[in-house]
Design a protein around this ligand. Structure first.
Ligand code: ATP
Ligand code: MG
Length: 252
């Protein structure tokens, strides 16, 4: 029996209904998502936890337009995500979604500022506007003074904050994070977790994070547990420990 979270006040910005997904390897087909129903609200950080192989990354990929489900639907910002041509899904991700992954995914030959500017230019912003946005985003994650540094000169925690700056610079309504803290030590992990929480609360963004790192639980507004591709609990976290968020992001 799934423990249900208290009824939220805001309508869902992300809604998975009866989502299924299997992978086939040779003659063996494994069902990884067994009919997932999940409504995610804006303005809060929702964390999906569960053991390795339970389907967390697969669920995040299906809900963010990266991986097509076999069955069920995903509504994102009111649009039936998978019931559209691929180009429209790509455009939806570009316009509305930010992503943060475990491995930072920074380009070695670009400075922190350039890492943030580059994807902004794909959204059609002029170089001047993109630079201003990048400065704001780096300041929001506390890296104003490191904008000119290359990844080699940044610590793991700083690299992940650059990745967060890159994800939030376009002010996305949906922010997806897959294991954002697992390459970080305790303190940097907590900083990034606080930052994700602050982004949800300060910008009203929908932050959906998946992780097997239990340290993230204290920073999430809501914790959903998945086991063997099935949601097994769903609880609100009344006392989020979020003292002293790094910087409250103020992006225009
Ligand atoms: N592209 C793929 N091809 C085949 N099997 C896959 C593929 N992607 C995931 N799987 C399988 O689906 C299952 C769930 O994988 P998933 O990555 O969603 O788990 P996870 O909960 O994110 O695990 P972890 O905590 O280790 O990241 C695993 O058994 C995995 O091997
Ligand atoms: Mg995973």
């Amino acid at each position: 029996m799934i423990k249900r979270a208290a009824t939220p006040s805001a309508p869902a910005s992300l809604l998975a209904s009866a989502v299924t997904r299997s992978f086939t390897s040779g003659s063996i087909t494994t069902r990884v998502l067994g009919g997932v129903d999940l409504a995610v609200q804006p303005g809060e950080m929702t964390l999906i936890v569960g053991p390795s192989g339970s389907g967390k990354s697969t669920l995040l990929a299906v809900m963010s337009g990266l991986l097509r489900p076999d069955g069920g639907t995903v509504h994102a910002l009111g649009c039936d995500l998978w019931n559209q041509p691929l180009e429209a899904i790509d455009r939806f991700r570009l316009e509305h979604c930010g992503f943060v992954f475990q491995g930072f995914n920074l380009f070695p030959a670009l400075t922190a500022a350039e890492q943030v500017v580059l994807p902004l230019q794909y959204t059609g912003l002029s170089i001047g506007a993109a630079r201003t946005r990048a400065e704001e985003a780096l300041a929001a994650v506390g890296l104003r003074d490191k904008a000119a540094l290359y990844p080699l000169a940044l610590s793991g925690g700083e690299k992940q904050r650059v990745a967060v700056a890159r994800a939030i610079a376009k002010n996305p309504q949906l922010l997806f994070a897959d294991e954002p803290t697992s390459a970080l030590d305790k303190e940097n992990g907590a900083n990034v977790a606080r930052l994700l929480h602050a982004i949800a609360h300060a910008q009203g963004a929908t932050v959906l994070c998946v992780s097997h790192d239990p340290r993230l639980i204290a920073h999430a507004d809501r914790v959903v547990r998945i086991e063997d591709g099935v949601l097994t609990s769903d609880e609100r976290n009344a006392a989020v420990t979020n003292p002293d968020p790094l910087v409250v992001p103020e992006l225009t």
